[in-house]
Ligand binder design. Sequence first.
Ligand SMILES: Cc1cc2nc3c(=O)[nH]c(=O)nc-3n(C[C@H](O)[C@H](O)[C@H](O)COP(=O)(O)O)c2cc1C
Length: 459
Amino acid sequence: MAGIRRVFTNAAKKTTQFALTLGPGSASLVKTTGHLRRMFMEGSALGGVTTPLAESLVLPNGTVLSNRLAKAAMSECLGDARSAPTERHVALYERWASGGAGLLITGNVMVDRRALGEAGNVAVEDDRDLPMLSRWAAAAKAGGAVTLAQLNHPGRQVLAGVSARPVAPSAVGVRGAAGIFRTPRELTGAEIEALIARFAAAAAVMVGAGFDGVEIHAAHGYLISQFLSPLTNLRTDAWGGDLAGRSRLLLEVVRAVRFAVGSDAVVAVKLNSADFQRGGFDRHDAVEVVGMLNNEPVDLVEISGGTYESTAFMGVPAQPVKASTRAREAYFVDFAEEVRDGLRVPLMVSGGFRTVAGMAAALDSGAVDVIGLGRPLALEPDLARRFLDGTAAASTVRPRQLGWRRFDGMTDLIWHTTQLQRMGRRRDPKPGRHPLLTLAEYSWHYAPYLAHRITGGLR
Ligand SMILES: Cc1cc2nc3c(=O)[nH]c(=O)nc-3n(C[C@H](O)[C@H](O)[C@H](O)COP(=O)(O)O)c2cc1C
């Protein structure tokens, strides 16, 4: 059937590429601007345009996303005590695979099994778990979604008891954590080099297992994000100091990962628009780092914000944000608008999207290319499909908190983690669960894991 779909918008050049389909098997790319673009978008030409959510997107490396909806990374905490993936990952991703999103990003997979963020993290250092990783990738891709494995190192954000003494750019502990996190030890230069190699090795294993690429986690206060922040990176060597030094680890990881996976795989980066902490990695730093990433072989930059000290990514920053930002459904879109001009790399924004109208407005602004959805898809895994076919207009998700601001972001995160774990057991999410109950369930999840550690079976 003849039709036309927008596949890529370059807001800086005010141009848009359309895929023009004239008949079965024929498609060509058309570049257009201004009036013609509006005409196409309003559906007056050839009559084939649907909601902007349904438009495909060609990433810089040629990979095509079938629509603009992505499942953002959500740590599944479904790994076994050896930090290996399990049948429960397969069950969960089978569900999301048929859920309609064009892009699925796994929860964070750690690159060092000695440094897990939470109980149940998967760690990948070599191909020892290749068969199960391959089943995980195949399950996620079964519905045609592009699937990325998110790679991470937690640095200092390691729950006490989960891993041995954490490492970080500098020996700066998480503030106000009341023993939940231990004070880290400063990494040596040789250890930093070894960490870069770990990201590259894990990326190669994941792509070898069948994932379409990887997302490097440089947000939310984990190791790479700790390097970016002047509050946590006090180093005076080449890995610290000015922004060029603080961003060196990120750029070297990007280059090593690209070298390891080749040009066919997708390499994405998740970055904070700010840490939302006084004196930390701020908006100006973020604008510069996005510019640096734009000059690297990166296919997608996902924008988020916050750390465990200020959980802006869950909508609960430690410091209040501007009223104009608060009023927006998705709190990082204004950053995307600020940074968009002149960028080659597509932007994904995650955090707060709940309505089709809000998502369509963000896409139509030209600042956002991909909409990231976290909690909505933890509660309603088929919601992307229903958004696309017009049978749903909004998510029913709402914050699950206990009213203790310092921990509201984490309480909400834990509530949703237990919904993922239910789906991993092939059960439906349970919207009525009380947050206290899910906190207890989540803590219980740690018991066998800790027992295994105590009996010395970590490696
Ligand atoms: C249960 C849960 C686990 C998460 N785990 C990760 C993770 O592993 N990596 C990551 O980058 N973000 C993680 N996030 C943050 C999400 O990717 C997303 O940025 C955040 O939920 C905001 O989007 P939302 O408002 O659509 O939920 C997690 C969020 C939730 C709710």
